[in-house]
Design a protein around this ligand. Sequence first.
Ligand code: ZN
Length: 243
Amino acid sequence: MQAFARWAELREFANSITEAGEPLDPTSLDAPSPRPKQLFGIGLNYRAHAMETGATIPPSPLTFTKFVSAINSPFGDIQISQTTVDWEAELVVVIATGGRDIDIASAWEHVAGVCVGQDISDRALQNATQPPQFNLGKSRQGYAPFGPWITDSANLSNRDALRLTCLLNGQEVQNSLTDDLIFPVDYLISYLSSIVELFPGDVIYTGTPSGVGVARKPPQFLGTGDILISTIEGVCSITNLCV
Ligand code: ZN
């Protein structure tokens, strides 16, 4: 976690490495930011997803928290003890240097890197009250796997149009470019930092595209034995077994 606060130094060090080390086993990795102070989620942030849920497009980012105790490793199992557990593949952003009142133009400079995550959601719990309680419905144990590593945005030529997919038992259920985001990454960082301070290592789940289970007819939810593979094309992939 301390490395995020010294990201420029870490980047310099990384760039100085010229020899390849031992091959890495991604399944041995923990969450790339294991103990962030804050873990934000953004709801209804893809046009097509807002439409499939029947919601109107929010005038500003619909923000909630996934409590940090929900953080899972990128290949960790997801405990299914309810009948209404749903998937949401998302582009996840990890903050390097934080701060307040970050302007849109410099927002990407505050990003350590991006990865893919699953915003696992218990729909019954989420909708147990009206208005919905996103914070709890998306924070059961293991509901926030992300990783397996973060890719420096400086190494992404298409950081605002990344291909995001989700496979459920080998079948594609979500597929979108992140250029369908209503509020893109730079806007989210600027918006959030105009209200709260962002800290090194903070994590932002930027929202899910269309294709979630609850919006299907009939609705479809996760069960024991299901396998989710969430991918940002050319960047990273995580796999989670439902148990
Ligand atoms: Zn989400």
